[in-house]
Every structure is written in structure tokens, then in C-alpha cells.
Design a protein around this ligand. Structure first.
Ligand SMILES: [Zn+2]
Ligand SMILES: [Zn+2]
Length: 498
């Protein structure tokens, strides 16, 4: 049973993952802020994506382009003309709807068969009393709807001090165009050979008319996009290079999401039908995830052919080609585009990680994040906060570990409570400092300089020397196996789970 969206929204707010934007003013529609833990999680997602797809690969380079681009970019890309949704307006209440979504909405009806009484009727259904179907505004039940008009989804703004048509520019609706516009710069400065890719993670903006579902569809969002350029005249393993690389990227992206915890059962591929393919695309696949709202797009992987480079060559008058030394010819590369949304990936990881279980008659909420994704890696907890030596040692351990990872110290509750709090935000390990660690100078007892490491998932505990904490966590946080590590330290302490 997948977790309900409301449960995640409430956990996200309570524990500092995601807040509604400008909440004290009533909020901003479909814009969200990432709180102290959300920002860590989001950065981890972007960092891992960058490490795995840019840093580790010899055929990839990065880019960080400006959000404001030349307005001609959006003419060349087709966004000014075609990045639109058909909209209808209510002449009474002025509410605006996507023309293709209006029929699916529940609608208000003043029924003539029952003295004009008001009813709410489910989307797409007729009135059971008079048999009428909706023709008026679904929200007020009174207003006529205008005919559909195209509404551009780009946020418009003005560049410079004069607010006239010549100064109009747009907040980018996607990061991709910057890679095409910089194709020549990157190619020349880095002396690259095909195939190669340019990656960028950054903000994009879309003035969605019917956004919603928490951070699934928002007006301001972050993308992780790759434009992978291939020579269309080459073949790899007997297949056209673009088709070969398209399949490779689909497999690599699927593997990436699985590696960081999304389960096979919640992932699937969906091939775009011919009639939904963008006009420039040869083939597009979506990786879909089973979100609480049902199967929905997690990322898209498109074969955009040579459309973009040709368009920008045409509109800029510059040559955007690659010289194929072997064939002694200039070619316009084909582009494979794996495009993922950071916010959607974060939501998917959150959905997948969330679990409720019963531990000794009590409900335990736990986020089973992959350790590399977890916002906090280790929490250091003193068993007794009245004992100065214990508190001092715990702080010292925190500062030592914090050189490597995000580590917190907490002494604001009893130990059982502190464990539950860390479980709820997905901290994979807790370190507990107790009397045994520091000893008791008054009684002449030496401490053993060992601390307890408690594993989030199994709730097992092991005793580990303080000086070995860094190497132990290096192993565990890179995905090392708990049982193997526990075995080296004499196995989990009997009866110490909690
Ligand atoms: Zn209306
Ligand atoms: Zn009726």
C-alpha cells in the first residue's frame, strides 16, 4: 500500500523537508520551499546524479547556464509558438481551466428538475435527476465558458529598464536549450569527440494552469538534463548510433533509480505513441513511477534528432556542426536527451522510503533512504545529558564525523524518543555515548572508548571503538553491508535493539 500524499506533505512540513512557499502570507500556488532536511536530500540527489553521470564518465562534461537567455532562443526552440495549453475562461467567476481537462472536473449544477437546487456532480457524469450534461463553468455552475485560446506556459518578464515588447524575455521553461546554444563553445573549448554529452542541473519555470499534487508538478522546479550528441552516420553494434545510445541511456537511467532504492515493482517504461511524440522526436520513452497519484512520469528520454542544432543554426546564422575526421564531412549531431526532474525524483525517493511498522506495540515511522541519499548520515546521542564527560565526548565525535558527513547532535529527549526521531527522517545510523564509553573518574573506573552504533533498518546495535568510527562509516555509508560490519565487531548486542 503506497503512502498517501497527505501523509508525506504533513511529515515533510513537521520534519523540515518541504514547506509551502510564503506560507505566512497564505502560500504561493504550487511553489514549495525545501527546509533544512529537504535541502540536504535534494543536494544529495543532484550530487549523486552528477557523480554517476558526469564525474565518472569520460564522455560527459557539465554546464551551468543562466536562467535568462536571449529571447530568440525560445523562438528557435518553438516554445514561443508551441509551448501552450488551450484555456477556457468562465465569463461569470473568471476561473480559468485547461480546455482538455474541464470535462474531467466535478461540476456544480442547479437542477431544473429539483427547483433549481444545487448539486455537485462527478466529472464526466450527467445529472441523475434531469439527465443534463455540463455546458457551463464547473466551479460556479452559472457562467458560460469562452472558446479555447492558447495560453503560453512561459513566465514572461522584461530585461532592462523599459517595459516594452522589445524588452520581453522569459524565465527558461527547460535547461536543455542552453546546451544546444553552447554546443560550439563546449565542443571547441574541451576538444571533444562524438559521442559526448553535456549535463546541467538547474531551475526551470512553467506557468502551469493546473499544477498540484505537492511537489509533483510545480511552477518553479529543478531539472537534471543531459544532451548526448551522437554521430547519426555511425553505427554501434550494427545499429544506428542514435538508436543504440538511446537504449543505453534508458537502461542507465533505470539502473540509477534502482541503485538508490526505487523498487522494480514501482518503476516501468512507457513508450510514447506516435500521436503524442513531439514533432521533432524520433522516439521518446518515459520512466514512470508508481506515485501516490498513480503511475506518472518520473523522467523522459527522447531522441530529439538534429532538430535543435538545426533550428539554432537557422535562427542564429551560425554553423553548428561537427567535423567527422574519418569521413571528412560536417555532420549535425543527433541528440539523446535524458531529462529528469529533481523534485519528482525527491518525491519518488520519499514515497519509496516511507514505512510504518510496529515495534513492541508502538508505531515506528521510518524513511529507509539509501545511505547516500539520507539528509543526515549519523546522529550522535548522549545517553545521559547530565554527565559532562558523556556530553563532551558526544560533541567531539560529532565534530570529527562532521568533517566527512552531515552529522547532528541531539540530547533533547530520552534515547528511545531520539531514535524514533532519527528513524522518521531516515538517518541510517545513530551513535550513542554512555557511561561505559567514558568511565567514572570518581569511582576510578576507566572508560572503554567504545560507542554504540545503532542501525536504522534492523535496529541492531554494535559496540565500536571511537577511533574506528570514520572508517566504519566510510564503509557503511557507501552502501556497505551492516551484517558484515557488525560481524567484525562481535555481532549485534543481544537484546539491545531499540
Ligand atoms: Zn464560473
Ligand atoms: Zn439536473
Amino acid at each position: 500500500m503506497p503512502v498517501a500524499m497527505d501523509t508525506l506533505v504533513s511529515l515533510s512540513k513537521r520534519r523540515g523537508f518541504v514547506f509551502q512557499s510564503s506560507e505566512i502570507y497564505g502560500g504561493t500556488g504550487s511553489v514549495w520551499d525545501y527546509g533544512p532536511l529537504g535541502v540536504e536530500l535534494k543536494q544529495n540527489i543532484k550530487r549523486l546524479w552528477w557523480r554517476d553521470f558526469v564525474q565518472m564518465r569520460p564522455d560527459m562534461v557539465g554546464l551551468d547556464a543562466a536562467i535568462l537567455m536571449h529571447p530568440m532562443v525560445w523562438r528557435a526552440s518553438g516554445h514561443v509558438e508551441q509551448f501552450t495549453d488551450p484555456m477556457v475562461d468562465c465569463r461569470e467567476c473568471q476561473h480559468r481551466f485547461r480546455a482538455d481537462h474541464v470535462d474531467a472536473r466535478p461540476w456544480l449544477h442547479f437542477c431544473p428538475a429539483s427547483k433549481g437546487n444545487k448539486f455537485e456532480i462527478p466529472g464526466g457524469e450527467a445529472c441523475p435527476r434531469c439527465g443534463a450534461r455540463r455546458t457551463l463553468c464547473p466551479d460556479c455552475g452559472k457562467g458560460e465558458l469562452t472558446t479555447a485560446r492558447q495560453f503560453n506556459l512561459m513566465f514572461k518578464t522584461f530585461m532592462g529598464p523599459v517595459e516594452d515588447d522589445a524588452a520581453v524575455t522569459y524565465l527558461r521553461p527547460e535547461t536543455a536549450q542552453a546546451m544546444f546554444v553552447n554546443f560550439e563553445n563546449v565542443l571547441q573549448s574541451m576538444r571533444l569527440k562524438l559521442p559526448f554529452g553535456i549535463a546541467q542541473a538547474g531551475r526551470s519555470f512553467r506557468n502551469e494552469i493546473t499544477p498540484g499534487n505537492f511537489i509533483f508538478r510545480t511552477r518553479e522546479f529543478e531539472q537534471m538534463e543531459i544532451e548526448y550528441f551522437v554521430n547519426p552516420h555511425e553505427t554501434v553494434e550494427g545499429r544506428p548510433a542514435d538508436e543504440y545510445w538511446h537504449d543505453r541511456w534508458i537502461a542507465d537511467c533505470m539502473a540509477w533509480f534502482r541503485r538508490y532504492g526505487l523498487s522494480e515493482a514501482n518503476l516501468r517504461l512507457r513508450e510514447h505513441e506516435k500521436d503524442e511524440l513531439a514533432h521533432y522526436a524520433k522516439r521518446t520513452l518515459d520512466i514512470e513511477y508508481r506515485f501516490p497519484i498513480g503511475w506518472s512520469e518520473l523522467m523522459g528520454i527522447a531522441n530529439r534528432t538534429d532538430f535543435d542544432l538545426k533550428q539554432h543554426a537557422k535562427f542564429s546564422g551560425k554553423t553548428l556542426t561537427y567535423f567527422d575526421e574519418e569521413r571528412k564531412e560536417h555532420v549535425v549531431p543527433y541528440v539523446i536527451e535524458p531529462a529528469a526532474g529533481v523534485d519528482r525524483a525527491l518525491l519518488a525517493f520519499l514515497v519509496e522510503a516511507y514505512q510504518e511498522e510496529e515495534v513492541r506495540g508502538e508505531k515506528r515511522v521510518v524513511l529507509r533512504f539509501h545511505p547516500e541519499l539520507a539528509p543526515v548520515k549519523v546522529a550522535v546521542l548522549p545517553l545521559l545529558k547530565k554527565r559532562e564527560e558523556i556530553v563532551k565526548t558526544a560533541h567531539a565525535i560529532r565534530s570529527e564525523l562532521a568533517k566527512h558527513w552531515r552529522v547532528v547532535y541531539d540530547d533533547t529527549a530520552a534515547i528511545g524518543r531520539l531514535y524514533r526521531r532519527q528513524d522518521e527522517v531516515g538517518t541510517p545510523y545513530c551513535v550513542t555515548v554512555d557511561v561505559q564509553t567514558v568511565g567514572d573518574a570518581d569511582k576510578g573506573e576507566q572508560g572503554d572508548q567504545r560507542v554504540t552504533i545503532r542501525d536504522r533498518d534492523s535496529m541492531q546495535q554494535i559496540r565500536v571503538p571511537v577511533r574506528e568510527l570514520v572508517p566504519v562509516f566510510q564503509e557503511l555509508l557507501a552502501g556497505g553491508d551492516w551484517a558484515t560490519v557488525a560481524g567484525r565487531f562481535g555481532g549485534p548486542a543481544a537484546g539491545a535493539a531499540g
